[in-house]
Design a protein around this ligand. Structure first.
Ligand SMILES: Cc1cc2nc3c(=O)[nH]c(=O)nc-3n(C[C@H](O)[C@H](O)[C@H](O)COP(=O)(O)OP(=O)(O)OC[C@H]3O[C@@H](n4cnc5c(N)ncnc54)[C@H](O)[C@@H]3O)c2cc1C
Length: 479
C-alpha cells in the first residue's frame, strides 16, 4: 500500500490527530508581568443597589452566584478582549466582565492561520477601480485597521511583552499555478495597491525560491504573521492585570434585554445583570436564546493541517526562502512554516458549528489532497495535527457592529471572518467603546460602523466585472 493511500485511510477512519487551539498552546510562552493602566483601576466604587440587594461584585473564575457588572462582554476572542481593554482604558472605573464558554482563545482567535492584514473585507476589493469615492472609503477602513494594529504592538510592548514573540513582519506571496490564477492575481494587484498594499510582481524564474511547486508568476506584499494563541492569551493576561474579570467555563445560555439593563443567564443557572452587553460570540451567536434579532450571517468552517516537525532538507524543498505563500484556487490555500512544521489552511464550508464540523473528514481529505498535490514529497510525512474553526460571515464579509435597533443596551460585535478577520476583530474595541461608555461619540468609529453596515449588499456587479476582467486577462495574457 502506498504512503498516500494509507494517509487517506487514516482520514476515512477518522483517526486524525484532532486538536483545537491547544495545538498553538503547546509552545505559547508564559505571559510576562504587565502594568495596570492606572492606579485608579482597583478603586472600589460605592455599593450599588444591586450589591445591597445581594448581587455580588466579587469575582470567582467561574460564576457561582448572581453577579452585577457595568459592562458584560460575552466571548473571549480578539473581539471580546479588545473591547474590554479599550473600554477599561477609557474609563478604568467601569466594572467590565467577560464571560467565556470555554477558555479565552478557544474560538477562531486562538486557532487561526495567523495572517494579519489591514485589508478591508476582501469582497470590497471587487469595487470598480474608477470609483474614487468608494476607494477613499475603503482606504479609510484599511488605514484605521493598520493604525490600530500599530497601536496594539506599542501597547503590548508597554505592557511588557516582546512583540517578536507574537508576530513577525512577513512577505506574503500569492502564487499563480495556471492561466486562471495568473489572471486573478494580476486583477488583484492594483486593488491591493489601491487599498494600501503595494505589490511586487515576481517572475516565474524567481517563484522557485518561494515554493517548490511549478508556478507561472507571483505577487508579493508585506503583512505580519502572528502566533494566534499567544496573542489572545497575552491580551487575556493584560485584561486580568487591569481588573477586567474574565470568567472561563462560563457559557451564557440566554440574554434578555430590558429598558435599563440586560439580564444574562449562565448555563449553571446564575444570573448576571449589566447596564450594557457586548456580544462578541461570532460564529456561535445563534446558540444563545435572546429577545432581539441579529442581522443574517452564516457560520462557516475552515480547516488546517500541521505536519510533524520537518528536517532542514524538507523545509528547503517546501520553500528555500521559508516564505509564507498562498494560491487563489477556488478555495484560497495558504501555507507557512511555524517552527519546523508546515501549516496548511483552506476549504471553507457553511456549517452549523457542531463538534462534527470541527472534524469533517471529507474537508480534511480535500485539504490533504491539496497539500500533497503541491508537495508530493510530503506524502510520507505524518500529519501532526488537524483542526478546524468557525467564523461568522455576512454577505459582504463586513462585520456587524452597533447597537441592536430598539435595544440600546445591546451592542453586537460579530461577523469577523474571511481573509482579514483577525485585523478587523482586533478593531472591535475601537468600534464599540463609545457605544458602551456613552462618554463621547468617536467620529471615526461611527463612520466605520456606517460603512460596514452600508457595505452589506452583495457585490453582483463587482463579480461580473472581475469575471470579465480575468477572462480578458487570460485571453490576452495581460490585464
Ligand atoms: C482555521 C481558521 C483560520 C483562520 N485564519 C485567518 C487568518 O489567517 N487571518 C485572518 O485574518 N483571519 C483568519 N481567520 C478568521 C479569524 O480567526 C476570526 O475572524 C477572528 O479570530 C474572530 O474573532 P472573534 O473574537 O470575533 O471570534 P472567536 O475567536 O470565535 O471568539 C468567540 C468566543 O465566544 C465564545 N462563546 C461563544 N458562545 C458563547 C456563549 N454562549 N457564552 C460564552 N462564550 C461564548 C467562544 O467560545 C469563543 O471563544 C481564521 C479562522 C479560522 C477558523
Amino acid at each position: 500500500m502506498s504512503n498516500r493511500r494509507s494517509a487517506d485511510s487514516r482520514l476515512v477512519d477518522n483517526r486524525l490527530p484532532f486538536k483545537t487551539s491547544h495545538w498553538f498552546s503547546e509552545d505559547a510562552p508564559d505571559p510576562k508581568a504587565s502594568r495596570a493602566f492606572s492606579s485608579e483601576e482597583s478603586a472600589k466604587t460605592e455599593a450599588t443597589r444591586e450589591e445591597r440587594e445581594g448581587w455580588s461584585k466579587e469575582k470567582p473564575r467561574k460564576p457561582d452566584r448572581n453577579l452585577y457588572c457595568d459592562i458584560a462582554i460575552v466571548g473571549a476572542g480578539f473581539a471580546g478582549l479588545s473591547a474590554a481593554l479599550e473600554i477599561k482604558c477609557r474609563n478604568p472605573k467601569l466594572d467590565v466582565s467577560i464571560f467565556e464558554a470555554q477558555h479565552a482563545g478557544f474560538g477562531a482567535s486562538g486557532r487561526n492561520a495567523g495572517w494579519l492584514m489591514g485589508l478591508p473585507p476582501l469582497l470590497w476589493l471587487l469595487e470598480d477601480t474608477e470609483n474614487e469615492k468608494r476607494w477613499e472609503e475603503i482606504r479609510f477602513v484599511s488605514r484605521n485597521i493598520e493604525s490600530n494594529l500599530r497601536e496594539l504592538k506599542t501597547f503590548l510592548k508597554e505592557q511588557g511583552y516582546s512583540p517578536d514573540q507574537i508576530w513577525q513582519p512577513s512577505r506574503h506571496h500569492l502564487v499563480a499555478r495556471n492561466a486562471l490564477e495568473e489572471a486573478t492575481i494580476r486583477w488583484a494587484a492594483p486593488r491591493f495597491a489601491k487599498a494600501g498594499y503595494p505589490t511586487e510582481q515576481i517572475s516565474a524564474a524567481r517563484t522557485g525560491d518561494i515554493v517548490s511547486y511549478p508556478a507561472r508568476s507571483a505577487i508579493a506584499y508585506e503583512i505580519d504573521t502572528i502566533h494566534p494563541f499567544h496573542l489572545v492569551r497575552s491580551l487575556k493576561a493584560i485584561c486580568e492585570r487591569n481588573a477586567i474579570n474574565i470568567y472561563e467555563d462560563a457559557a451564557i445560555q440566554s440574554v434578555k434585554s430590558g429598558h435599563t439593563q440586560v439580564e444574562l443567564k449562565t448555563s449553571a443557572g446564575y444570573m448576571v445583570r449589566a447596564a450594557k452587553l457586548i456580544l462578541a460570540t461570532n460564529a456561535y451567536t445563534d446558540r444563545i436564546e435572546r429577545n432581539f434579532p441579529i442581522p443574517e450571517a452564516k457560520p462557516k468552517h475552515t480547516y488546517m493541517l500541521a505536519t510533524n516537525p520537518l528536517d532542514d532538507a524538507t523545509l528547503d524543498r517546501i520553500s528555500r526562502s521559508r516564505a509564507p505563500f498562498g494560491d487563489p484556487a477556488l478555495s484560497f490555500y495558504i501555507g507557512r512554516l511555524h517552527g519546523r512544521s508546515l501549516l496548511f489552511n483552506g476549504v471553507d464550508r457553511d456549517s452549523a458549528v457542531r463538534e462534527e464540523d470541527d472534524r469533517h473528514v471529507r474537508s480534511f481529505m480535500k485539504l490533504e489532497r491539496a497539500l500533497f498535490k503541491r508537495f508530493p514529497f510530503l506524502d510520507s510525512t505524518s500529519i501532526g495535527s488537524a483542526w478546524a474553526g468557525a467564523y461568522l460571515q455576512t454577505g459582504t464579509e463586513a462585520p456587524i457592529v452597533g447597537t441592536v435597533p430598539g435595544h440600546p443596551n445591546v451592542i453586537l460585535s460579530i461577523g469577523y471572518g474571511g481573509g482579514s478577520g483577525v485585523g478587523t476583530a482586533l478593531m472591535s474595541g475601537k468600534l464599540t467603546a463609545d457605544l458602551a461608555t456613552e462618554d463621547r461619540m468617536d467620529s471615526d468609529a461611527e463612520r466605520m460602523r456606517t460603512l460596514f453596515a452600508s457595505g452589506m449588499r452583495w457585490p453582483i456587479g463587482g463579480f461580473l466585472r472581475a469575471g470579465l476582467s480575468i477572462l480578458k486577462g487570460m485571453i490576452s495574457g495581460s490585464i
